[in-house]
Design a protein around this ligand. Structure first.
Ligand code: FAD
Length: 804
């Protein structure tokens, strides 16, 4: 038990692999006044009993880079600290039992090419050479990942801690944090320190790396850390013939199992489809150090049966030890990182969904960079703690959700897959009508949203059975009129004497426009990259309505608050009906005495009208690229307006249809094409900023520098639209593009476009020189679709022009 200082610049709560990595990286960035507090001793929580697999290849490029860095760090750390981490780069084999799994592996291999990571498709026989103890007669193939490795989690934690200490960090064990102190400030509340059983410690920054305890700790200060523990299992067997320390890791996802060597035997672990949630986050025992949960052979038998099938030698091998430990899972199987909305200086690094060892290096570095620079330095949208709302913090809801989430780890990652548990959470006033009309719902930010109106939901790499229904919806939108329930749009009101000035600073486009004008604008970071993509309508001299993506409510409001913009969230108050298609004008004219003519209601204008007797705001704006209006209907009246629109022949349509329609028109989406890793130059959206004018705005300096650096040329990476030449292939996003046979980029979004008659999408192409229109059209570009190549036509322009 060391002395407890009364002050530190940063206090890290939790001495697991994540907390020690954050402390280590803070000191590497020069912030050495770091105090790490651990209620027990280092690694005593979940870290000590992890299996230690480190697999760099992830579903996204940013996720892959993060774990790749971890592996490099774990390999190099001993040279720096003198303490071995046990890291061994043994490689990994993933085997496939089914054709669907083979498609996934082939897609994975193409991803690896896109990320420049070694990966090889191999035959079952070659897989057996690489991993002799397994049976392969039922396998269709495998991939070999030479970059996979394994590490000793306890040694790693100690080595990170030593590295942090060497540069000045203090680590005090046996100190339990029981609360936090904070003060109200101009940009919201700010944390000022931690309360412990041994007194208070002042701090500018507090980092909650408390593992499964992070949820309850966050609750103490109103910070939602949505995670819940589930029991997670593996066994260690007696020695198995042919098993040696350099045996690769082997994963058999169709049997939900993984295997790795340990002291001559095998670790046999897995991710069963129906997981077993552990105790509620507000009911965790204390103390709980180096402890395991009870053996549950019944539950484990799902995995053990599959292991016996794959490795016949296990029939005659005893089990040395059964490990059952609690691990934190989150609602979407991604971890939780970043500064908490509503409490400045309070950061979270928790909820690692059983990949905390592999992720700790990269996640610790990313969090440290965020703390030191005040902004994330990479695209961390997928793991940003602000992707969840307070309602995601309900412990019963989390319990239901994590039962499903653990099993996703080895489930087939179907395109467009929707989670099923814990639904519905938020429904639009039209929900029962849409359900009766046959909507297949998905969720975003808790909202139930129609994806398509079809009899049956199925998932497939090829054409799903719902596609013909989406095609009809698409064609109705292009040739007639359709209605979309877009209630989940995030909506904020900004009003008051300072509204204009404040918005002019955070919006990259000029929003000092006439009342009734709607402006498409990004929020840019100081690095000139995307923080949000939205529309801003001036509804009065001092009032504005902001409409943004469904998923980004919390991060948008946080961004506004931290830049001094006082915004009110009105998302729940209005139902949004998108009435879209060439017949929308005639339809709305029939329901309303207002002027819907081209001159009377121009594109990008907005005003109060009456439709079906209901006063509402209509905005002529479209995300599907057709004549159309977004109607913002006070919730109570939504049914009446929807019924009237339907009675006049508008067809119901859903979000999967919107996806196809927007891609045919080349419209970008935040989180896919527009991320904190790219700016308007690469995204081809400089026209949607005020860079050509006088106005100063956040991100302008970086954006101007970016543009000037490219004067006379073009960016080295640029967003292009593409259409697949053949009408046969289905694309879903993530596919590899090759130009003249060489890897050149990855698809950010793709869907089947009914009007172009083939798969259509957007992708960033990279090149040593400028990516110009000529360069794009000169090459012969192909898409790799699970190993098959198909010709695509790329262009800086969208496949379909947009009529206004
Ligand atoms: C069976 C099993 C196998 C696994 N296998 C792998 C694998 O192969 N690869 C992989 O990448 N991951 C694996 N994991 C996951 C990995 O173990 C975790 O993701 C990781 O250890 C999480 O680290 P952490 O630092 O977030 O949490 P923890 O290790 O739990 O650390 C949190 C620390 O915070 C301390 N703390 C909590 N509250 C307070 C407080 N109020 N005051 C002070 N201190 C506090 C705790 O005592 C604890 O030490 C596995 C997990 C399990 C259960």
């Amino acid at each position: 038990m060391g002395d407890l200082p009364t002050r530190a610049r940063v206090v890290v709560v939790g001495g697991g692999v994540v907390g020690t990595s954050v402390a280590y990286h803070l000191t590497r960035l020069g912030w050495t006044d770091v105090l790490l507090l651990e209620q027990g001793t280092l690694s005593c929580g979940t870290t000590w009993h992890a299996a230690g697999l480190v697999g760099p290849l992830r579903a996204s490029e940013s996720g892959t880079r993060l774990v790749q860095y971890s592996a490099e760090l774990y390999d190099a750390l001993e040279a720096e600290t003198g303490m071995a981490t046990g890291y061994r780069n043994v490689g990994g084999v993933i085997v496939a039992r089914t054709e669907d799994r083979m498609v996934q592996l082939r897609r994975t291999a193409a991803n690896a090419v896109a990320y420049d990571l070694p990966c090889e498709l191999v035959s079952p026989d070659r897989a057996q050479e690489l991993w002799p103890p397994m049976r392969v007669d039922d396998l269709l193939g495998a991939i070999w990942l030479p970059g996979d490795g394994k590490v000793n989690p306890t040694d790693l934690t100690q080595s990170l801690a030593k590295g942090a200490r060497q540069r000045g960090a203090r680590i005090v064990e046996r100190v339990r944090v029981t609360g936090f102190t904070s003060v109200a400030g101009t940009a919201g509340r700010r944390v000022t320190g931690v309360v412990t059983e041994r007194g208070t410690v002042e701090a500018e920054v507090v980092v909650n790396c408390a593992g499964q305890w992070a949820k309850a700790l966050g609750d103490l200060v109103g910070v939602t850390v949505p995670l819940h523990s589930a029991e997670h299992f593996y066994v260690v067997t007696e020695a198995v013939p042919g098993v040696h320390p350099d045996l690769p890791i082997m994963r058999d996802p169709d049997g939900w199992t993984y295997f790795k060597e340990e002291t001559g035997g095998l670790v046999v672990g897995g991710f069963e489809p129906d997981a077993k949630p552990w105790r509620s986050p507000d009911d965790l025992p204390h103390p709980f150090e180096f402890q395991l949960l009870e053996e549950d052979w019944d539950h484990f038998s799902v995995l053990m049966d599959q292991a016996l099938l794959r490795i016949p030698a296990l029939e005659d091998t005893g089990v040395r030890k059964f490990y059952n430990g609690p691990e934190s899972f989150t609602p979407d199987n991604q971890f939780l990182l970043g500064e908490a909305p509503g409490l400045r200086g309070f950061f979270v690094g928790a909820g690692f969904n059983s990949v905390g060892i592999a992720s700790a290096g990269g996640a610790g570095r990313a969090l440290a960079e965020w703390i030191v620079s005040g902004e994330p330095q990479d695209d961390l949208v997928a793991v940003d703690v602000r992707r969840f709302g307070a309602f995601h913090g309900d412990n019963d809801w989390l319990r239901a959700r994590v039962s499903e989430v653990l099993g996703l780890h080895y489930a087939l990652p179907w395109p467009n897959r929707e989670l099923e548990s814990g639904r519905p959470q938020r429904t639009s006033p039209l929900h029962s009508r849409l359900a009766a009309a046959g909507a297949l719902f998905g969720t975003r930010m808790g909202w139930e949203r129609p994806n398509v109106f079809a009899p049956r939901l199925d998932y497939s790499w090829d054409r799903p059975t719902w596609l013909p229904y989406s095609i009809e919806e698409q064609l109705a939108t292009r040739t007639d009129v359709a209605v979309f329930d877009q209630t989940s749009f995030s909506k904020y009101v900004v009003a008051g004497p300072e509204a204009l000035d404040r918005l002019q600073w955070v919006c990259a486009a000029d929003v000092d426009v006439e009342v009734g004008t709607c402006v498409y604008t990004p929020f840019l970071s100081s690095r000139g990259t995307y923080e949000a993509d939205l529309t801003v309508t001036r509804t009065g001299p001092e009032s504005f309505l902001l409409v943004s993506s469904s998923a980004t409510t919390v991060r948008d409001l946080d961004w506004l608050a931290r830049h001094g913009v006082d915004a009110t969230d009105v998302t729940d108050e209005y139902t949004v009906l998108g009435v879209m298609g060439p017949r929308s004008r005639a339809l709305l004219s029939a329901l309303s005495g207002d002027d819907w003519s081209e001159d009377g209601f121009a594109f990008a204008t907005s005003r109060e009208v009456t439709v079906a007797g209901v006063p509402l705001r209509a905005t002529r704006m479209t995300y599907v690229g057709e004549l159309g209006w977004e109607l913002m209907v006070p919730g109570d009246h939504a049914g009446a307006v929807y019924d009237a629109v339907r009675a006049h022949g508008a067809r119901d349509a859903g979000y999967w249809t919107i996806e196809s329609l927007r891609l045919e028109k080349g419209f970008r989406a935040f989180g896919r094409e527009l991320t904190p890793d790219v700016g308007p130059v690469e995204a081809g959206l400089v026209f949607a900023t005020a860079l050509g004018g006088e106005k100063d705005f956040l991100g302008r300096t970086a954006l101007a520098a970016h543009r000037d650096r490219l004067a006379g040329g073009g960016p080295r990476r640029r967003l292009v639209s593409f259409v697949v030449e053949s009408p046969e292939p289905m694309l879903w996003g993530g596919e590899l593009l090759l130009r003249d046979g060489a890897p050149v980029g990855q698809v950010t979004s793709a869907a089947w476009g009914a009007t172009v008659g083939s798969a259509v999408g957007l992708a960033y192409l990279r090149h040593d020189g400028p990516v110009t229109a000529d360069w794009v059209s000169a090459g012969s570009v192909e898409v790799d679709l699970a190993g098959e190549r198909h010709a695509v036509r790329c262009s800086l322009a969208a496949p379909l022009a947009t009529p206004r």
